[in-house]
Ligand binder design. Structure first.
Ligand code: NAD
Length: 290
């Protein structure tokens, strides 16, 4: 088992660090929040006072931070110059593709191996160790990161070169945001046309309109599996986080010259929903605006 630095013990990182400790790793955990550090201690990690303390002597350095600026800051202040040259850097945060590529290039220039490894699956999957990781980086770096990621997830997929993990995450979540809104619209239309919503679900879930938003995350209460819709749209994946991912996707599309008109429209609708106070609501709660 290895010594692992884990930086960023929030909603997601807390459970992920706990799973690494459960698998027998010596986890040196750091977060700016004292509460998060106390929870990590209870979960079997060793809380340390600074990010540098966590990084020194680590074989793997995992970061799970809010955005690209935090990752860039932690890498500049604590990782570069303190990480052993044998360490593998694994950033699991959802950040913009450009920053992911930049920090990876900086790492490689210092002789360090690095991957971007954003996750799919929410807090439940982070706690249960059933996340999906989409990984960008050189094949050799991927091979070194894989055993650590496998200890926190159910699937670890090499997406391609550095930044490819973030690219996969952006494209996937843009599709999710768009299909969720389209699914909400379809239910509203069916209702206006006098259809029973359970009947519409039974038909559409085995017809060509079927999607994950329909059959695994149905936005209508009392229809389909148990979802946040059945709990007043609480828990699940906050609309503010969906908006963050959509904004990243729009930035990536602009940078790459890709046309994403439906993604743009989905972003505008989530902008309005969050501006109206829906940010902490599950993202399927956007049905209430239709
Ligand atoms: P969070 O805000 O709960 O946790 C982030 C943690 O980072 C906080 O505890 C904060 O104190 C800490 N932090 C910030 N700056 C720091 C620094 N300089 N040094 C040390 N610690 C620092 O966020 P989260 O929900 O855990 O999400 C983390 C990442 O995972 C985000 O990029 C998010 O988009 C992504 N993600 C979240 C979910 C989800 O359902 N919550 C799902 C998939 C991906």
């Amino acid at each position: 088992m290895a010594r692992v630095a884990f930086i960023g013990l929030g909603n997601m990182g807390g459970g992920m660090a706990a799973n690494l400790a459960k698998k027998g790793h010596d986890v040196r955990a750091f977060d700016l929040s004292a509460d998060a550090l106390a929870r990590a201690k209870e979960a079997g990690c060793l809380p340390v006072g600074t990010a540098v303390d966590a990084v020194e002597g680590a074989e793997a350095i995992v970061t799970m931070l809010p955005a690209g600026t935090h990752v860039e800051g932690v890498y500049a202040d604590a990782v570069f110059g303190h990480a052993p040259s044998s360490a593998i850097l694994i950033d699991c945060s959802t950040i913009d593709v450009a920053t992911a590529r930049r920090v990876s290039e900086q790492a490689v220039a210092r002789g360090l191996a690095a991957v971007d490894a954003p996750v799919s699956g929410g807090i439940g999957a982070a706690n249960a160790g059933t996340l999906t990781f989409m990984v960008g980086g050189a094949a050799e770096a991927f091979d070194r990161a894989r055993p650590f990621l496998a200890d926190m997830g159910k699937a670890v997929i090499h997406a391609g070169a550095s930044g490819a993990g973030q690219a996969a995450k952006m494209a996937n979540n843009m599709l999710l945001g768009a299909t969720m809104i389209a699914t909400c619209e379809a239910f509203k239309l069916a209702e206006r046309l006098g259809l029973d919503l359970q009947t519409f679900y039974d038909i559409s879930s085995v017809s060509s309109g079927q999607s994950w938003s329909m059959t695994s995350y149905c936005p209508v209460p009392g229809v389909g599996p148990d979802t946040p819709a059945d709990h007043d749209y609480r828990g699940g994946f906050a609309a503010a986080l969906m908006l963050k991912d959509l904004r990243l996707a729009m930035q990536a599309a602009t940078d790459a010259g890709a046309q994403t008109p439906i993604g743009r429209h989905a972003t505008d609708l989530y902008e309005a929903f969050v501006a109206d106070g829906g940010g902490t609501t599950d993202f399927s709660g956007i049905i209430r605006t239709l």
